[in-house]
Design a binder for this molecule. Sequence first.
Ligand code: PLP
Length: 374
Amino acid sequence: MKPDTKRTWAEILPGNLIHNMKLIRAALPAGTKFLGVVKADAYGHGAAAVSRALEENGADYLAVAGLDEAIELRRTGVGLPILVLGHTPPEYVPELIENRLTQTVTNRAKAEEYSAAARACGGTLRIHIKLDTGMCRLGFLCAGERFAQGVDNVAGACRCPNLDPEGIYTHFSMSDEPGPEAEGFTRAQLRLFLDMLDALEGRGIRFRLRHCANSGAVVNYPEAALDMVRPGLLLYGYGGGEKIPNLLPAMRLMTRVSTIKHFDAGSRVSYGGTWTAPARTRMGVLPIGYADGLLRSLSGRAAFYVAGGFAPQRGRICMDMCMADLSALPAAEVGSPVEIFGGHAPLPLLAELAGTIPYELMCSVSKRVPRVYL
Ligand SMILES: *Cc1c(COP(=O)(O)O)cnc(C)c1O
């Protein structure tokens, strides 16, 4: 047993990640650039290792949420261009430039502040303009009556000295949702983005990288690929649906049966005694709990894959442990590996049981869970 696999661990499969990248690329027009989203420690998979695998296999760009994530990647030797999706305070412009990072610019005032800071340190900051075409989060306002003003503001931002406006992007809020309403909304977002690009071109402003497709759009709106796509979820093996089938999960969350006990009928299991054994029960104690990322809201709902079958989880999930019913799985022994999700136990089902989405369960796998790269 490798030391990292004695308790609870996450197996990461870079081979599956690269397989997924190739499937995504195959679904897009040839020549479309590929930005891999590696924010939040690459959705829990380990940003350094994921970024290295993507770089070695021909990705064109990476994106993270903030400056610290980007600097950490540079520290581990990642050479690809990195886009910072969120806000960075202007006093950190020297760090952005020093680390060859691309900063998102979301309004004109920030463009002016970044420009002044870049000038003060004698450098040029590479930027991507972000348009708010309907997400109502970050980005230049440009919808409806604000269109002309949006064009003015973006043009003004692009003309600021010491900024290199390499790219422009927007983000879809409903591209992964089915139905005519979501489709209409997404198409309107894309239309607005393209209209903004046309209007800016009319002002002599052209961008080398125009991008808007997150995973949902890669799958459902391939015409939105433009110069570059920006998937996260698909890369990690989910969200391909019928259009990009055969994606493979890049993470398997694993634990081991630590102890097996036989409880008599009537025994009340775990905090609050919420589950009462209806008969003599062969119970496995698993060294995984909500501090590892196994959400407490899953208590009594999930079943885990062990010894060729599924063991229902019983009683409340504790901080560091939980119980799973092995009564129907005589082959399960102390030391047997247990899969929480990622292979036989599908993550989307577990997410549904927890009332959340696969993204959150992947990101919840905590720091104390060692990542084991296969
Ligand atoms: C997180 C994020 C993505 C990736 O989203 P997925 O749904 O995982 O593909 C793309 N673009 C932006 C701006 C993001 O914040």
